[in-house]
Design a protein around this ligand. Structure first.
Ligand SMILES: [Zn+2]
Length: 662
C-alpha cells in the first residue's frame, strides 16, 4: 500500500551565508521518512571536531591537487584534460566540497567550484556528462572506461552536496537530463557494462535518483530506480542467505560497505519491510559470527575474510560504511544504526589516518603491533606497503576517498522533522542553525567532549521569531549502551529514559534554555574471532597502549609508485597479554581533554585493567600470531588501555584464559 507523501519543499531554511533551501522529505510513492538532511553549512563543527576538520583542510584534503597533481591537477579528464578519467577526482571532491562549506573556507570553496563547473559544462545534448574518451594506460592514472556508470555515482553525490550548500538550480536540471540518459541507456548498457563496480554499488545511484525525485517529482525517476535496483547485486538476498559470509574471498569489502544500505534505500519504494531488516539480521547473525571486527567493520584485505584480528580492513571500507550508515540512519531513525555509525566513526576512522591528516594506511589491523614494510598474509597485497603510513602506499583509492569521512559525519549530527522539530541522533561538538516551528529560526550549540566524556550540553543560543520564542520538539537518542541516562531541562530532571529510546522534549524554547544529557559509560566486553575479548566503554573500543616510534623511509625505483616516502611505526612495548575473567578489575582515569584527542600520548581516557602475560604468544615472520603457547598463562599484571581511535599500534582483541583458583 502506498503511503501519503510527507510535506515537501514546504519549509525553508536560511543557513548562515547560504541561500534559501528546502528540507526535503520523501514524496509518494516513496515511504514516509521522518528525518531530512539540513542544508550543507547549517551544521558547523566545534571543539575537537573543528580541530579535526581544520587538520583536513591544512592536510591532504585541502592540498591534494598540490600533493597528488598527476591525478588531481588540471589535466584530470573531469576538468577537461587528458589525464585520470575515473573515480579518483570525484572521490576527492566528495569530501573537499562539504569540508569547504562546513569551515566556510573561501579558498577551498573555489577549488571545489572549478570541478563543479567542469562537471556541469561537460553535459552533452543526450544528458551524459563527464569524461567520455578512453585513453591508453599511463602508469598511476586510470584513463580507460571513461563512460563507466560507477564514477558518475560519486560525481552525483558531489553535485547533490553542492546544491544543498548553494541551491544552484543548474544541478537538478542537469541531473534530470542525466537520469533520462541513464533510463534510455541502461537497457542495453547495464550497470556492469564497462566495469562491475557499478553493479555492486548501484545503491549509491539509486539514492540519488530518489533524492532528485523528492525535489522535482519527475514521474520517470521511480521507474528508473527499479531498473537500477534490478541491475544491482542482490544485496537483500546476500544478507538473508549469508552465503557470501561463509567462505573467505567471496566479496570485496568496500562493495559490502556500499551494499549495506541498498536494501534500506530500495525499501523506501518497495515498502515490504523485509529489505530493511535483512542487513540488521545479517550483522547480528551471519556477519557477526564470521567476518566481524570489533571496530564495527569486517575483515577484508581487500576480499572478505573470516574475522582474524591480524586481517586487514581498507580505509575506503571505513568511510563508505560510514556513508551507508548515515543514509540508513536518516531513513530509519533507529538508535541501533546511530550506535553503529558512532562505533565506526569513533574507532576505525581515526585509527587509520595520521594526526596531521597527511598520511594514511591502506589496511588497518585490530591487533597491529608493528606497521612495517614486511610481508603479511593479506588476500591482496601491494609491495608489502599496505600497513605503513603513506600517501600512495597500498592502493591510491583510499588517498582519494578518505576525505568524505568526517565532513559527512558532521552533516549528519542534526536532522529536521516534518513537525517543525530537530533531532540529534549522533553526538559531537557542533552548532546548528535551522528553521523550526512555523517560521522561526533557531541557533543551538552542542558543547561536549563526547565520545570521551558522558555529558552533552545543548543550549538555545538564539530564537528569531516575533515572540523571541518558538514551540517545537527536540529529539535525542539514548544510546543502547547507556543504562541510567539523565536528561535535564534548565536543571530539572525530565524523566528516566531507557537505553535505545528517542526522547522528545517539547516546549516553548527561548534563548538561554539549556538541556543536559548524561550518558553513563559502563565497561562492557564483546567476543569475536576464536573467543577473543574486546573491551568497550560507551561508544569507544579500548586497545592496549603501546609506545610508538615513527621512522620515515624513502621509496626508490619502481617503488616510487607508492609515493616518495613512507612511515614505519615500531615499538618496544610488550603486547602479549591475555585477560582472565576471574581476575577482572578496572580503574578509569580521565586526563585533560586536548585540542586534538586522537593520539596515544594525548588520549583523554585510560583504563587500567588486570591481565596476565602470555609469553608463548609471539609474532612469527611478521605474519601470523603464533597460536601455540597460548596456554602457558604467565604472571598477573596491570595493563593500560586507551581508546582504539587514539592508537596506531595496539592489541584490541585479547585471548581469554581461565586459571585455576589459587
Ligand atoms: Zn581504498
Amino acid at each position: 500500500m502506498l503511503k501519503k507523501a510527507v510535506c515537501c519543499i514546504a519549509s525553508l531554511l536560511f543557513a548562515a551565508g547560504a541561500q534559501a533551501q528546502p528540507y526535503l522529505f520523501n514524496r509518494a510513492p516513496l515511504e514516509e521518512v521522518s528525518y531530512a538532511e539540513l542544508p550543507l553549512g547549517a551544521i558547523r563543527p566545534e571543539g575537537w571536531l573543528k580541530e579535526q576538520l581544520k587538520r583536513q583542510a591544512d592536510g591532504l584534503t585541502g592540498h591534494l591537487d598540490e600533493i597528488y597533481p598527476e591525478v588531481m591537477g588540471p589535466d584530470n579528464a573531469w576538468l577537461g584534460g587528458e589525464g585520470d578519467a575515473w573515480e579518483r577526482g570525484p572521490y576527492w571532491l566528495d569530501g573537499l566540497l562539504p569540508l569547504a562549506y562546513q569551515l566556510d573556507d573561501a579558498a577551498l570553496k573555489e577549488k571545489a567550484q572549478v570541478w563543479v563547473e567542469a562537471m556541469l559544462a561537460s553535459q552533452r545534448e543526450d544528458g551524459f556528462f563527464g569524461p567520455s574518451e578512453d585513453r591508453s594506460d599511463v602508469p598511476g592514472l586510470q584513463r580507460g572506461n571513461a563512460q563507466d556508470w560507477w564514477p558518475r555515482m560519486v560525481a552525483l553525490k558531489v553535485l547533490k552536496q553542492y546544491y544543498m550548500a548553494t541551491g544552484d538550480e543548474r544541478v537538478p536540471e542537469m541531473m534530470d537530463r542525466y537520469f533520462h540518459y541513464q533510463a534510455a541507456t541502461l537497457p542495453h548498457k547495464p550497470l556492469d557494462h564497462w566495469t562491475d563496480w557499478g553493479k555492486w554499488r548501484g545503491g549509491d545511484n539509486l539514492m540519488m535518483v530518489y533524492w532528485l525525485y523528492n525535489l522535482n517529482g519527475d514521474r520517470m525517476l521511480p521507474s528508473l530506480g527499479e531498473w537500477i535496483h534490478q541491475q544491482t547485486a542482490p544485496w537483500t538476498g546476500y544478507f538473508r542467505d549469508g552465503f557470501i559470509f561463509r567462505e573467505p574471498g567471496d566479496v570485496h569489502t568496500v562493495n559490502l560497505a556500499h551494499g549495506l544500505k541498498e536494501p534500506i534505500v530500495h525499501n523506501q519504494f518497495a515498502h515490504d519491510g523485509g529489505e530493511s531488516i535483512a542487513p540488521v539480521e545479517a550483522l547480528g547473525g551471519h556477519m557477526g559470527k564470521t567476518v566481524a571486527f570489533p571496530t564495527g567493520l569486517w575483515a577484508g584485505d581487500e576480499m572478505l575474510q573470516m574475522g582474524a584480528p591480524t586481517r586487514g580492513s581498507e580505509l575506503c571500507t571505513a568511510v563508505e560504511a560510514m556513508f551507508s550508515l548515515e543514509e540508513i540512519l536518516r531513513i530509519t531513525g533507529t538508535p541501533f544504526w546511530a550506535d553503529y555509525l558512532e562505533r565506526v566513526a569513533y574507532n576505525a576512522l581515526p585509527a587509520q589516518i595520521d594526526p596531521a591528516f597527511m598520511t594514511r594506511q591502506y589496511y588497518q589491523q585490530v591487533n597491529q603491533v608493528a606497521c612495517t614494510r614486511e610481508h603479511r598474509d593479506f588476500s591482496t597485497i601491494h609491495g608489502d606497503t599496505d600497513v605503513v603510513f603513506g600517501t600512495l602506499t597500498g592502493y591510491p583509492c583510499c588517498l582519494s576517498n578518505m576525505h568524505q569521512g568526517w565532513p559527512k559525519f558532521t552533516q549528519n549530527l542534526w536532522y529536521a522533522l516534518p513537525d517543525g522539530g530537530l533531532a540529534a541522533l549522533v553526538y559531537a561538538p557542533c552548532s546548528v542553525t535551522a528553521k523550526v516551528a512555523d517560521d522561526a529560526q533557531v541557533r543551538i550549540s552542542e558543547t561536549t567532549d563526547y565520545p570521551f566524556r558522558d555529558k552533552i550540553t545543548i543550549r538555545i543560543e538564539e530564537v528569531k521569531s516575533a515572540a523571541k520564542s518558538a514551540s517545537f520538539p527536540l529529539r535525542f537518542r539514548i544510546p543502547t549502551w547507556s543504562e541510567g541516562a539523565e536528561v535535564k531541562v534548565n536543571g530539572k530532571s525530565s524523566g528516566s529514559p531507557h537505553p535505545g529510546d528517542i526522547i522528545i522534549l517539547q516546549k516553548e524554547w527561548r534563548k538561554g534554555d539549556e538541556i543536559t544529557l548524561v550518558f553513563p559509560m559502563h565497561l562492557e566486553t564483546e567476543t569475536y574471532y576464536e573467543g577473543a575479548c574486546s573491551v568497550y566503554r560507551g561508544p569507544l573500543l579500548y586497545a592496549l597502549k603501546m609506545e610508538e616510534k615513527w621512522t620515515e623511509k624513502p621509496f626508490a625505483g619502481d617503488d616510487l609508485k607508492y609515493g616518495r616516502t613512507y612511515w614505519e611505526i615500531t615499538s618496544s612495548s610488550p603486547w602479549n597479554y591475555c585477560l582472565v575473567p576471574q581476575e577482572s578489575s578496572c580503574q578509569v582515569k580521565e586526563s585533560p581533554m586536548p585540542a586534538f584527542p586522537w593520539t596515544a600520548s594525548a588520549a583523554p581516557v585510560t583504563l587500567t585493567i588486570s591481565a596476565r602475560t602470555l609469553p608463548g604468544w609471539k609474532v612469527v615472520d611478521q605474519v601470523h600470531f603464533n597460536r601455540n603457547g597460548l596456554d602457558d598463562c604467565g604472571e598477573k599484571t596491570k595493563i593500560e588501555l586507551i581508546p582504539y581511535g587514539c592508537t596506531k599500534l595496539r592489541i584490541a582483541s585479547f585471548p581469554v584464559r581461565w586459571v585455576k583458583e589459587e
